[in-house]
Write a protein that binds this ligand. Sequence first.
Ligand code: C2O
Ligand code: CU
Ligand code: CU
Length: 493
Amino acid sequence: MGSIDKTSMQRRRFIQAASVASIGALVSPSLFLTSCMRDSIVDPAIESNTPFNNPLPSLPSVGTSATLVAQNSLARIFPNVQTRVLGYRNDGILGPTFRARRNDPITVRLQNGLNEATNIHWHGLLVPANMDGHPKDLAQAGGSFAYQYTISQRAGTYWYHPHPHRRTAKQVFMGLAGFFIVSDSEEEALRLPSGDYEILLVIQDKRTNSSRTDLTYNPNMMDVMTGFLGDKILTNGRHGCFVNVATRYYRFRILNGSTARIYNLALSNNAQFYVIGNDGGLLPTLQMVHELLLGPGERADLLIDFSPYNVGTEMYLVSKTFANGGMAQGRQRFEILRFKVDRQEHDTFNVPTALSNIQPLSPGSAVQTRRFDISNPGMMMGGHRINNKTFDPNRIDETVRFNTTEVWEFDNTNGDDPHPMHIHGVQFQVVRRVGGRNTVMPWEMGWKDTVLVMPGEKVQVIMRFEAHKGTFVFHCHNLEHEDDGMMLNFEIV
Ligand code: C2O
Ligand code: CU
Ligand code: CU
């Protein structure tokens, strides 16, 4: 079946389901169908004619101890206008980049300057359950929360963001997020490009009002189905950025910090680039790719070689179209960041092929396999679900024994939309993918905490629950899906 056919079929199915659901939800069917038709089931087109003339901001760093104040803030996202956002500072969007080494103690005081509850989840970090930003552990409006833990894991590109149930998507969209970089001696020994040659990049899509003075977060029922997709791409909290580069290797640590949008990252000249790491740090070996599909919450650690180009060359980091993106994604190619090669520089960096020592977990060592249906059958009848359940903060859905290994299978065989599945409290390895792409992708080697499960795919991951006991969540990192209920509790005992 061609994608057009599939889309119209999905639309029919959606409209049928929608009219049933609207009766159940006492929403006027005609009202609902009109808004559904108006938005239709396609990407909101990414704005074209962006000049990419704004310098890429670098995100300020903090050490291992900090106070973060979640607050209303003003940011220079666009030239010549101040936009109302949320930030962990009073003069901009996003939060500082934490830089820590393995075994460092971390102390963070969150002060809540919002008019609603918030908290911080340390995405990818293995922290005690009561420090993990579980949706029930909140700082109320005007209150605070003291986070304290020790980094007990390998180097990697981690991040942090709020996690209050039903408000996560909005708070992240409005600007609350930041990087958390951990280093260790294994990584330092590789002497990867650093300083000016290491660029942190968070990619996010936004919608604004027409004067661009406000970010607009107002998902309708259709947006909740697909995820809320913006028409403007921000890098490090700014729209239409460029970065000057020298003729040498650069390291790019990329975070997809969007609520729902998936990016198929590539270079506009289709040059290959190297993947050295992902969510949980370095891969075992270097992978060469021409494109890389990055779902919300996932990270990619890349090397790009600019030495073949003449000074004056320009190219873009782009998102290419991709197949099987469900009802709304993958149909449009767009630019993300402009590179300008502006100077000659000699580079003595040797690309290492062996990167990191990783013991594969053997499925034979798993004490059990848990299966999770994430295809959301009958979804319009009451929220996004995992195994037909929506999130209840006080219900334990799965109980796991400390220091055991398990396989978890996320089954989207019959689903219509992609689901980037994320598990707190662990890093896992991707064992296999059946259906769809039918393989573990090169950038999914090593350790991960979020895995993209496209329509038609069934993905197995394996992990050992050896970091901390207690109650954690796992969920879809399409944050509209998460807020709509696609999250469960598991307790490690
Ligand atoms: Cu990045 Cu539970 O989330
Ligand atoms: Cu997380
Ligand atoms: Cu989802």
